[in-house]
Design a protein around this ligand. Structure first.
Ligand SMILES: Cc1cc2nc3c(=O)[nH]c(=O)nc-3n(C[C@H](O)[C@H](O)[C@H](O)COP(=O)(O)OP(=O)(O)OC[C@H]3O[C@@H](n4cnc5c(N)ncnc54)[C@H](O)[C@@H]3O)c2cc1C
Length: 473
């Protein structure tokens, strides 16, 4: 690859769903942004197919019905309309539920985003530089980005959209990190290929990635015992059989305290006992930004410490097909979900020995053949574990947010250090959750990406229209 060494209006680092959607909306808003108007730096081949939608495993399904996953808030069915339903019926009939909801493999969502971006790549208005950003500096109001292969370029506006860092191994497992039986990053390549059908598996974490792993192993013919544990042993819930429109009309009054908010949610649950809890939680989610903004940093931290595990399992639901796999394995006794803490781990001749302290009960030892870490992306440690973010932080241009969810971001999407806004440096997607609250599911990510693109469109200086090929989908 040749060194680019050029200046471009906008650089987006990270071409997962967030980066792809910011680029798409910006280019639509600003037809004057001509050749290389936007550059995305992303090592993966397909733009849009990041951590969630870059999976190649057909068992990894979207966890929100296809009719609610769209890159346009005013066209919620865009993804579903794009899908070739006949082709899905032929290769994956399980994707369709009797209710009419559709939960295809996540990879299709990545392909949908890539397809929407393709026309912009073809005209050259969008440039995809395949590689990893390694260093970022600011000089003379320009952001200079260097990739790992030495390519360097600069822009007045830089958007960070790298969202999900690799998970960190729990400290008890860190000394065993090099052992092939310890799978520290389950998203990495074919992480499960060394697991034989009857192997004993321990999964640390009981959330969505645990569910993905159990579904993948089951599809590969794994019949052995799986022990999945987390401190509370809570697993993601399934979707309601029937949805009502209540979540669109129910209004919760924001509270300045975490406890007050909890009480309001409980009252809503009590007042609507005729409905499923899903509707109330969905209403909370839809008003998440307002409810979050009413809380001080102290109250936000309190909410994260005490309520987040419960919120996560009710709000992040699994596809019904995956729920069915978990239920079946639980009934057959081939999946054991526990509330327990890992105390220590060691390699023994008979396998990996895990010392666990159950939430209720005394210390016990479990021997397994493989340990899979599904503790989730290490968002709290992202600055210290990412050299270019650390360099920006050391230069006083970035800091972690005050609640440990990502990067400190202002309401205008610009990075913040204390009360100082860092002009030209924007944070897009879930890394800005500390500011906006609930911002992980695709519907919220879409809203956020549109908003970032709108702010950028107003900031980037106008240029003469060079391209008259505005692409409409
Ligand atoms: C496993 C998983 C499944 C999910 N499933 C769903 C779902 O079904 N429905 C739903 O609503 N939500 C789901 N989510 C929520 C999900 O977080 C969002 O929907 C969305 O995918 C976030 O995308 P992103 O682009 O912000 O992040 P990411 O997908 O993490 O994309 C970030 C991109 O940045 C790139 N990158 C990282 N470092 C660098 C660097 N140094 N230089 C250049 N590029 C870099 C990465 O390669 C990656 O492609 C899921 C999340 C996960 C983790």
């Amino acid at each position: 690859m040749t060194t680019v060494n050029d200046t471009t209006p906008v650089i987006i680092i990270g071409g997962g769903a967030t980066g792809a959607m910011v680029a798409w909306h910006l280019l639509r808003h600003r037809p004057d942004l001509g050749r290389h108007g936007v550059t995305i730096i992303e090592p993966r081949e397909l733009l849009g197919a990041g951590q969630a939608y870059g999976t190649h495993d057909p068992q990894h399904r979207i966890n929100v019905p296809a009719s609610r996953m769209s890159m346009q808030t005013d066209k919620p069915s865009d993804f579903r309309d794009w899908l070739d339903l006949d082709a899905i019926a032929a290769i994956d009939p399980d994707a369709f539920l009797p209710s009419g909801d559709l939960y295809p493999s996540r990879a299709l969502f990545g392909r949908y985003l890539a397809a929407r971006l393709a026309p912009y790549l073809e005209t050259g208005r969008l440039r995809h530089l395949r590689g990893k950003a390694e260093d970022i500096t600011r000089e003379d109001d320009l952001w200079h980005v260097t990739l790992e292969d030495g390519v360097a370029l600069a822009a007045r506006h830089l958007v960070l959209a790298t969202t999900h860092p690799a998970p960190s191994l729990p400290s008890a497992l860190a000394p065993l990190a090099d052992d092939a039986r310890i799978i520290s990053n389950p998203w990495h390549g074919d992480a499960l290929s060394g697991i034989a059908p009857n192997d004993r598996v321990a999964i640390i974490g009981t959330g969505l990635t645990m569910a993905d792993i159990v579904a993948s192993l089951t599809a590969r013919g794994h019949r052995g015992e799986i022990l999945a544990f987390s401190r509370r042993g809570l697993r993601p819930r399934a979707h309601a059989a029937q949805a009502s429109a209540l979540s669109d009309i129910l209004r919760l009054i924001p509270s300045p305290t975490a406890l007050g908010l909890l009480q309001r949610i409980r009252s809503a649950l009590h007042d609507h006992q005729d409905l499923s809890w899903h509707e109330i939680i969905d209403a909370v989610r839809k008003q998440g930004r307002g409810l979050w903004c009413a809380l001080s940093d102290t109250e936000r931290r309190r909410l994260i410490r005490h309520l987040r595990p419960f919120w996560d399992v009710h709000r992040f639901r699994i596809a019904p097909q995956v729920d069915h796999i978990l239920e079946t394995r639980l009934k057959e006794g081939r999946l054991n979900l526990r509330a327990a803490r890992l105390l220590s781990a060691a390699i023994r001749p008979e396998g990996v020995s895990l010392s666990l302290r159950p939430r209720r009960g005394t210390e016990e030892t479990q021997i397994v053949d493989h340990v899979i870490n599904t503790t989730g992306p290490d968002h709290a440690g992202i600055v210290n574990r990412t050299p270019y973010l650390k360099a920006l932080a050391d230069a006083g241009l970035l800091e972690t947010d005050h609640v440990g969810l990502g990067l400190h971001t202002g309401p205008d999407h610009h990075a913040r250090v204390g009360t100082r806004s860092i002009f030209g440096l924007m944070i897009a997607g879930p890394l800005s959750r500390g500011q906006f609250g609930e911002l992980m599911g695709l519907p919220e990510v879409t809203e956020n990406a549109q908003s970032v693109a709108g702010s950028l469109a107003a900031l980037v200086p106008q240029t003469p229209v060079l391209f008259s090929d505005e692409v409409r989908s």
